[in-house]
Design a protein around this ligand. Structure first.
Ligand SMILES: O=C(O)c1cc(=O)[nH]c(=O)n1[C@@H]1O[C@H](COP(=O)(O)O)[C@@H](O)[C@H]1O
Length: 282
């Protein structure tokens, strides 16, 4: 057993030293074209390598979106494996955005793919969907605990369609997203300085309208291309702001292929996040 620190501890340190920002690696076909690359494996590889080179030594978290690699089959996955290894070697935490969710026995296989230290795709954390029931995530939660990794559980997603499921009333009268947040809080109870089970709560929501005191990180996608800005974060997250990890993909990636353009875009956003947090007194 290595003495790797829990994900929550490592994330707190990374957010405090590098600033609270997660940049997504989402190689859309349109971005490859805009960067003057072909929409093929060579283009994918160059794009991904450039983002990692530009940001992995200074950004707290990089979040590759698995779908954009899977679309190229095994060669795309090979690019993803390399990106995970290179980004981690440069000091970034890697959050694999694969949004896995299935019955528990299959969840165990997803955990083996992404949360087992011996897997080629081992990542510092993984996004998962709890909407087959929070308990179905147990194998992933257990695997993450063993390997010092994290799990980010979808709560209230940034897309407008999410509300019909996530804000529905559960059998006991709570909003369904609140049920999931309460489960997350139970997983993180007693963790210090931060639990390793995060929640995903969109920055686009206006006022989340749920109790976000989960003692874990709150991934906030939706900044940039989906219309939210760092200035929206205090309104959405209120007292939980200190644990928020704002996430941006196209809003940074559209500033490539120049490495300095990517760095400047990420730095600007990090400054805006700090300003927003500062103004709210957190
Ligand atoms: O888990 C996520 O990261 C996620 C959750 C969510 O509620 N909304 C959301 O947009 N995402 C992901 O965050 C990224 C957003 O990309 P941009 O809209 O380009 O910043 C995509 O990879 C989405 O899959």
């Amino acid at each position: 057993m290595s003495a790797i620190e829990p994900f929550g501890t490592r994330l707190r340190a990374a957010m405090d030293t590098r600033g609270p920002l997660c940049v997504g690696i989402d190689p859309h076909a349109s971005l490859l074209t805009a960067w003057g690359l072909n929409d093929d494996v060579a283009g994918l590889e160059r794009f991904t390598h450039t983002v990692v080179e530009a940001l992995a030594d200074r950004t707290a978290v990089l979040k590759p979106q698995s779908a954009f690699f899977e679309r190229f089959g095994s060669r795309g996955i090979a690019v993803l494996e390399r990106a995970v290894a290179d980004a981690r070697a440069a000091g970034a935490l890697v959050l694999m955005d694969a949004k896995r969710g299935d019955i528990g026995s299959t969840m165990g296989a997803y955990a083996a793919a992404f949360l087992d230290k011996d897997s080629p795709l081992f990542s510092d954390a993984l996004t998962v969907s709890p909407y087959l029931g929070f308990g179905s995530l147990r194998p992933a939660l257990d695997a993450a605990h063993v390997s010092g990794a994290g799990v980010f559980v979808l709560g209230l997603t940034s897309n407008p369609e999410g509300a019909e499921v996530q804000r529905a009333t559960a059998a006991d009268g709570r909003v369904l997203a609140q049920v999931m947040l309460d489960h997350i809080a139970a997983e993180n109870r007693g963790a210090d300085p931060l639990g390793s089970v995060g929640a995903v709560v969109g920055a686009t929501l206006g006022d989340a309208g749920v109790d976000l005191a989960v003692n874990g990180p709150l991934l906030a996608p939706g900044i940039g291309a989906q219309g939210a800005t760092p200035a929206d974060l205090p309104g959405v997250f209120g007292a939980a702001l200190r644990n928020v990890l704002p996430s941006v993909s196209r809003g940074v990636l559209s500033h490539g292929p120049d490495v300095n353009g990517l760095r400047a875009a990420a730095a600007r956003l990090a400054d805006e996040v700090r300003d927003a947090y500062g103004q709210s007194g957190q």
